[in-house]
Design a protein around this ligand. Structure first.
Ligand code: A2P
Length: 305
Protein backbone atom coordinates (compact mmCIF):
# COMPACT_ATOMS: atom_id res chain seq x y z
CA UNK A 1 0.00 0.00 0.00
CA UNK A 2 1.19 3.52 -0.79
CA UNK A 3 -1.77 5.08 0.99
CA UNK A 4 -1.06 8.03 3.28
CA UNK A 5 -3.08 9.48 6.16
CA UNK A 6 -3.11 13.10 7.39
CA UNK A 7 -1.57 14.20 10.67
CA UNK A 8 -2.95 17.19 12.59
CA UNK A 9 0.14 19.12 11.43
CA UNK A 10 -1.00 18.76 7.83
CA UNK A 11 1.79 16.31 7.00
CA UNK A 12 1.07 13.01 5.27
CA UNK A 13 2.11 9.75 6.92
CA UNK A 14 2.32 6.50 4.93
CA UNK A 15 -0.20 4.09 6.46
CA UNK A 16 2.06 1.04 6.45
CA UNK A 17 5.51 1.58 7.98
CA UNK A 18 8.34 -0.75 8.90
CA UNK A 19 8.71 -1.49 12.62
CA UNK A 20 12.27 -2.12 13.86
CA UNK A 21 11.95 -3.07 17.54
CA UNK A 22 14.13 -6.16 18.10
CA UNK A 23 15.83 -5.67 14.73
CA UNK A 24 19.52 -5.79 15.53
CA UNK A 25 22.68 -4.62 13.78
CA UNK A 26 22.93 -5.85 10.21
CA UNK A 27 19.36 -7.21 10.32
CA UNK A 28 18.09 -3.70 10.99
CA UNK A 29 20.21 -2.33 8.14
CA UNK A 30 19.11 -5.03 5.68
CA UNK A 31 15.41 -4.85 6.51
CA UNK A 32 15.26 -1.05 6.22
CA UNK A 33 17.14 -1.18 2.93
CA UNK A 34 14.85 -3.95 1.62
CA UNK A 35 11.81 -1.98 2.72
CA UNK A 36 12.88 1.25 1.01
CA UNK A 37 13.87 -0.60 -2.18
CA UNK A 38 10.44 -2.26 -2.16
CA UNK A 39 8.63 1.06 -1.87
CA UNK A 40 8.10 1.57 1.86
CA UNK A 41 8.37 5.26 2.72
CA UNK A 42 7.90 5.04 6.49
CA UNK A 43 10.41 3.70 9.02
CA UNK A 44 9.87 3.55 12.78
CA UNK A 45 12.73 3.31 15.28
CA UNK A 46 13.59 4.45 18.83
CA UNK A 47 16.66 5.35 20.85
CA UNK A 48 16.16 2.28 23.07
CA UNK A 49 16.08 -0.09 20.07
CA UNK A 50 19.79 0.66 19.71
CA UNK A 51 19.60 0.43 15.94
CA UNK A 52 19.36 4.10 14.95
CA UNK A 53 22.87 3.91 13.42
CA UNK A 54 21.93 1.03 11.14
CA UNK A 55 18.49 2.42 10.32
CA UNK A 56 20.00 5.77 9.37
CA UNK A 57 22.75 4.16 7.32
CA UNK A 58 20.16 2.18 5.34
CA UNK A 59 18.07 5.31 4.77
CA UNK A 60 21.13 7.16 3.45
CA UNK A 61 22.28 4.19 1.34
CA UNK A 62 18.84 3.57 -0.17
CA UNK A 63 19.12 6.40 -2.67
CA UNK A 64 15.55 7.42 -1.81
CA UNK A 65 15.46 11.21 -1.26
CA UNK A 66 15.19 12.03 2.44
CA UNK A 67 12.07 14.14 1.96
CA UNK A 68 10.24 11.14 0.48
CA UNK A 69 10.69 9.09 3.67
CA UNK A 70 8.76 9.45 6.92
CA UNK A 71 11.10 8.70 9.84
CA UNK A 72 10.04 8.33 13.47
CA UNK A 73 12.21 7.93 16.55
CA UNK A 74 11.44 8.07 20.27
CA UNK A 75 12.61 9.69 23.49
CA UNK A 76 13.72 7.10 26.01
CA UNK A 77 12.32 7.27 29.57
CA UNK A 78 15.67 8.19 31.14
CA UNK A 79 15.81 11.47 29.18
CA UNK A 80 12.41 12.99 29.98
CA UNK A 81 14.18 16.03 31.40
CA UNK A 82 16.23 16.67 28.23
CA UNK A 83 14.27 15.85 25.06
CA UNK A 84 16.14 18.45 22.96
CA UNK A 85 19.48 16.85 23.83
CA UNK A 86 18.09 13.34 23.33
CA UNK A 87 16.75 14.33 19.91
CA UNK A 88 20.16 15.73 18.92
CA UNK A 89 21.75 12.45 19.98
CA UNK A 90 19.23 10.42 17.97
CA UNK A 91 19.78 12.61 14.90
CA UNK A 92 23.52 12.15 15.21
CA UNK A 93 23.14 8.36 15.37
CA UNK A 94 20.68 8.40 12.47
CA UNK A 95 22.90 10.73 10.46
CA UNK A 96 19.85 12.83 9.60
CA UNK A 97 19.00 16.53 9.98
CA UNK A 98 15.45 15.94 11.17
CA UNK A 99 12.87 13.29 11.96
CA UNK A 100 9.29 13.51 10.79
CA UNK A 101 7.92 12.43 14.15
CA UNK A 102 9.45 12.35 17.63
CA UNK A 103 7.51 10.41 20.25
CA UNK A 104 7.65 10.24 24.03
CA UNK A 105 8.20 6.47 24.27
CA UNK A 106 6.30 5.91 27.55
CA UNK A 107 4.33 8.21 29.85
CA UNK A 108 6.79 7.46 32.64
CA UNK A 109 10.18 8.84 33.46
CA UNK A 110 12.86 6.43 34.62
CA UNK A 111 15.66 7.49 36.90
CA UNK A 112 18.28 8.81 34.45
CA UNK A 113 21.15 6.91 36.02
CA UNK A 114 19.20 3.75 36.57
CA UNK A 115 20.93 1.48 34.07
CA UNK A 116 23.72 2.52 31.78
CA UNK A 117 23.74 -0.13 29.12
CA UNK A 118 20.91 -2.47 29.55
CA UNK A 119 17.37 -3.46 29.08
CA UNK A 120 15.56 -1.37 31.61
CA UNK A 121 12.21 -2.85 30.80
CA UNK A 122 13.07 -6.28 32.15
CA UNK A 123 14.20 -5.00 35.56
CA UNK A 124 11.55 -3.17 37.55
CA UNK A 125 13.76 -2.18 40.50
CA UNK A 126 17.24 -0.81 40.98
CA UNK A 127 19.95 -2.90 42.58
CA UNK A 128 19.32 -1.25 45.93
CA UNK A 129 15.68 -2.30 45.65
CA UNK A 130 14.23 1.15 44.95
CA UNK A 131 11.85 1.67 42.10
CA UNK A 132 13.19 2.69 38.72
CA UNK A 133 10.10 4.68 37.94
CA UNK A 134 10.53 8.23 39.16
CA UNK A 135 7.07 9.50 39.88
CA UNK A 136 7.92 11.86 42.72
CA UNK A 137 9.70 14.77 41.03
CA UNK A 138 8.50 14.51 37.53
CA UNK A 139 5.55 13.68 35.32
CA UNK A 140 4.96 13.43 31.62
CA UNK A 141 3.29 16.84 31.48
CA UNK A 142 6.71 18.42 32.09
CA UNK A 143 8.20 16.22 29.40
CA UNK A 144 5.52 17.28 26.97
CA UNK A 145 6.07 20.96 27.76
CA UNK A 146 9.68 20.51 26.64
CA UNK A 147 8.79 18.35 23.63
CA UNK A 148 6.23 20.76 22.22
CA UNK A 149 9.02 23.28 21.61
CA UNK A 150 10.89 20.90 19.29
CA UNK A 151 8.96 21.47 16.03
CA UNK A 152 10.13 25.12 16.12
CA UNK A 153 13.72 23.90 15.76
CA UNK A 154 12.89 21.97 12.59
CA UNK A 155 14.62 18.91 14.02
CA UNK A 156 11.30 17.16 14.59
CA UNK A 157 8.55 18.06 12.13
CA UNK A 158 5.94 16.72 14.55
CA UNK A 159 5.86 15.44 18.12
CA UNK A 160 3.64 12.88 19.75
CA UNK A 161 3.39 10.20 22.39
CA UNK A 162 3.43 6.43 22.73
CA UNK A 163 1.87 3.99 25.19
CA UNK A 164 -0.54 6.68 26.43
CA UNK A 165 -3.91 5.61 27.86
CA UNK A 166 -7.07 7.70 27.49
CA UNK A 167 -6.54 9.04 31.00
CA UNK A 168 -2.92 9.94 30.24
CA UNK A 169 -4.08 11.86 27.17
CA UNK A 170 -6.87 13.60 29.08
CA UNK A 171 -4.35 14.74 31.70
CA UNK A 172 -1.97 15.98 29.03
CA UNK A 173 -4.60 17.84 27.02
CA UNK A 174 -6.10 19.45 30.14
CA UNK A 175 -2.76 20.56 31.56
CA UNK A 176 -2.04 24.27 31.85
CA UNK A 177 1.22 24.11 29.94
CA UNK A 178 -0.20 22.19 27.01
CA UNK A 179 -0.04 24.18 23.78
CA UNK A 180 0.04 21.36 21.25
CA UNK A 181 -2.08 18.29 20.65
CA UNK A 182 0.15 15.24 20.08
CA UNK A 183 0.28 14.35 16.40
CA UNK A 184 0.19 10.63 17.21
CA UNK A 185 -0.16 8.02 19.92
CA UNK A 186 1.67 4.79 19.11
CA UNK A 187 0.34 1.80 21.04
CA UNK A 188 0.14 -1.99 20.92
CA UNK A 189 -2.78 -3.04 18.72
CA UNK A 190 -3.71 -6.38 17.18
CA UNK A 191 -6.80 -8.58 17.03
CA UNK A 192 -6.21 -9.72 20.64
CA UNK A 193 -5.90 -6.09 21.82
CA UNK A 194 -8.14 -4.04 19.52
CA UNK A 195 -8.01 -0.81 21.61
CA UNK A 196 -11.39 0.35 20.31
CA UNK A 197 -12.02 2.99 22.99
CA UNK A 198 -8.56 4.47 22.69
CA UNK A 199 -8.87 4.61 18.90
CA UNK A 200 -12.22 6.42 19.16
CA UNK A 201 -10.87 8.86 21.74
CA UNK A 202 -7.81 9.73 19.65
CA UNK A 203 -9.88 10.11 16.50
CA UNK A 204 -12.08 12.62 18.32
CA UNK A 205 -9.03 14.68 19.29
CA UNK A 206 -7.23 14.53 15.94
CA UNK A 207 -4.46 12.30 17.31
CA UNK A 208 -3.25 9.71 14.79
CA UNK A 209 -3.17 6.17 16.14
CA UNK A 210 -0.18 4.03 15.20
CA UNK A 211 -0.36 0.31 15.93
CA UNK A 212 2.80 -1.51 17.02
CA UNK A 213 3.20 -5.28 17.30
CA UNK A 214 0.34 -5.62 14.80
CA UNK A 215 0.97 -9.35 14.37
CA UNK A 216 1.27 -9.92 18.12
CA UNK A 217 5.05 -9.34 18.31
CA UNK A 218 7.66 -12.09 18.80
CA UNK A 219 6.74 -15.21 16.79
CA UNK A 220 3.64 -13.46 15.43
CA UNK A 221 1.05 -15.43 17.46
CA UNK A 222 -1.86 -13.92 15.54
CA UNK A 223 -0.70 -15.71 12.40
CA UNK A 224 -1.57 -19.00 14.07
CA UNK A 225 -5.14 -18.05 15.00
CA UNK A 226 -7.58 -20.48 13.33
CA UNK A 227 -9.89 -17.62 12.32
CA UNK A 228 -7.01 -15.84 10.55
CA UNK A 229 -5.80 -19.03 8.86
CA UNK A 230 -9.25 -19.78 7.56
CA UNK A 231 -9.75 -16.28 6.12
CA UNK A 232 -6.29 -16.44 4.51
CA UNK A 233 -7.10 -19.77 2.87
CA UNK A 234 -10.48 -18.62 1.65
CA UNK A 235 -8.99 -15.47 0.05
CA UNK A 236 -5.85 -17.21 -1.17
CA UNK A 237 -3.53 -14.79 0.66
CA UNK A 238 -1.00 -15.07 3.49
CA UNK A 239 -2.16 -14.83 7.12
CA UNK A 240 -0.05 -11.66 7.55
CA UNK A 241 -2.02 -10.00 4.71
CA UNK A 242 -5.23 -10.74 6.54
CA UNK A 243 -4.08 -9.22 9.83
CA UNK A 244 -2.41 -6.16 8.31
CA UNK A 245 -5.44 -5.56 6.07
CA UNK A 246 -7.69 -5.66 9.15
CA UNK A 247 -5.54 -2.93 10.72
CA UNK A 248 -5.50 -0.84 7.54
CA UNK A 249 -9.27 -1.12 7.17
CA UNK A 250 -9.65 0.35 10.68
CA UNK A 251 -8.01 3.55 9.44
CA UNK A 252 -4.78 4.01 11.41
CA UNK A 253 -1.05 3.61 10.82
CA UNK A 254 0.26 0.05 11.14
CA UNK A 255 3.91 -0.87 11.79
CA UNK A 256 4.68 -4.55 11.12
CA UNK A 257 8.24 -5.57 12.02
CA UNK A 258 10.27 -8.10 10.08
CA UNK A 259 13.96 -8.63 9.43
CA UNK A 260 13.26 -10.99 6.55
CA UNK A 261 13.21 -9.12 3.20
CA UNK A 262 10.50 -11.38 1.74
CA UNK A 263 8.26 -10.89 4.74
CA UNK A 264 9.00 -7.15 4.74
CA UNK A 265 7.75 -7.01 1.16
CA UNK A 266 4.74 -9.20 1.86
CA UNK A 267 3.64 -7.05 4.78
CA UNK A 268 2.98 -4.01 2.60
CA UNK A 269 0.39 -5.86 0.53
CA UNK A 270 -3.11 -5.28 1.75
CA UNK A 271 -6.51 -6.24 0.37
CA UNK A 272 -10.13 -5.40 1.26
CA UNK A 273 -11.71 -7.79 3.72
CA UNK A 274 -15.39 -8.63 3.37
CA UNK A 275 -17.63 -7.37 6.19
CA UNK A 276 -18.03 -10.96 7.31
CA UNK A 277 -14.26 -11.59 7.51
CA UNK A 278 -13.68 -8.23 9.19
CA UNK A 279 -16.27 -9.08 11.85
CA UNK A 280 -14.83 -12.56 12.31
CA UNK A 281 -11.48 -10.99 13.20
CA UNK A 282 -13.18 -8.59 15.61
CA UNK A 283 -14.66 -11.70 17.22
CA UNK A 284 -11.25 -13.14 18.18
CA UNK A 285 -10.74 -10.95 21.27
CA UNK A 286 -14.42 -11.25 22.17
CA UNK A 287 -14.08 -15.04 22.27
CA UNK A 288 -10.62 -15.29 23.83
CA UNK A 289 -10.39 -12.15 25.95
CA UNK A 290 -7.94 -9.30 25.47
CA UNK A 291 -4.22 -9.87 25.82
CA UNK A 292 -1.30 -7.46 25.99
CA UNK A 293 1.82 -9.17 24.69
CA UNK A 294 4.44 -6.42 25.08
CA UNK A 295 5.73 -6.05 28.66
CA UNK A 296 2.52 -7.29 30.26
CA UNK A 297 4.22 -7.19 33.68
CA UNK A 298 5.99 -3.85 33.35
CA UNK A 299 3.58 -1.54 31.85
CA UNK A 300 3.36 2.07 32.97
CA UNK A 301 0.47 2.12 30.55
CA UNK A 302 -1.34 -0.12 33.02
CA UNK A 303 0.26 1.03 36.25
CA UNK A 304 -0.46 4.72 35.68
CA UNK A 305 -3.97 4.44 34.31
P1 A2P B 1 10.82 -11.85 11.44
O1 A2P B 1 11.38 -10.51 11.86
O2 A2P B 1 11.81 -12.94 11.52
O3 A2P B 1 10.10 -11.77 10.11
P2 A2P B 1 5.00 -7.59 14.99
O4 A2P B 1 5.01 -6.81 13.74
O5 A2P B 1 3.63 -7.85 15.54
O6 A2P B 1 5.93 -7.04 16.03
O7 A2P B 1 5.52 -9.08 14.65
C1 A2P B 1 6.85 -9.32 14.47
C2 A2P B 1 7.05 -10.82 14.46
O8 A2P B 1 6.37 -11.40 13.35
C3 A2P B 1 8.49 -11.16 14.28
O9 A2P B 1 8.74 -12.36 15.00
C4 A2P B 1 8.62 -11.40 12.78
O10 A2P B 1 9.69 -12.26 12.51
C5 A2P B 1 7.28 -12.01 12.46
N1 A2P B 1 6.78 -11.72 11.11
C6 A2P B 1 6.73 -10.51 10.51
N2 A2P B 1 6.13 -10.58 9.31
C7 A2P B 1 5.77 -11.87 9.14
C8 A2P B 1 5.12 -12.57 8.08
N3 A2P B 1 4.73 -11.96 6.97
N4 A2P B 1 4.93 -13.90 8.25
C9 A2P B 1 5.36 -14.53 9.36
N5 A2P B 1 5.97 -13.92 10.38
C10 A2P B 1 6.19 -12.60 10.29
Amino acid sequence: STRTLSLNTGAQIPQVGLGTWQSKDNDAYKSVLAALKDGYRHIDTAAIYRNEDQVGQAIRDSGVPREKIFVTTKLWCTQHHEPAKALDQSLRRLGLDYVDLYLMHWPVRLDPDYIKDGNILSVPTKQDGSRAVDITNWNFIKTWELMQELPKTGKAKAVGVSNFSINNLKDLLASKGNKLTPAANQVEIHPLLPQNELIDFCRGKGIMIEGYSPLGSTDAPLLKEPVILEIAKKNNVQPAHVVISWHAQRGYVVLPKSVNPDRVKANRKIFTLSDEDFEAINGISKAKGEKRVVHPNWSPFEAFK
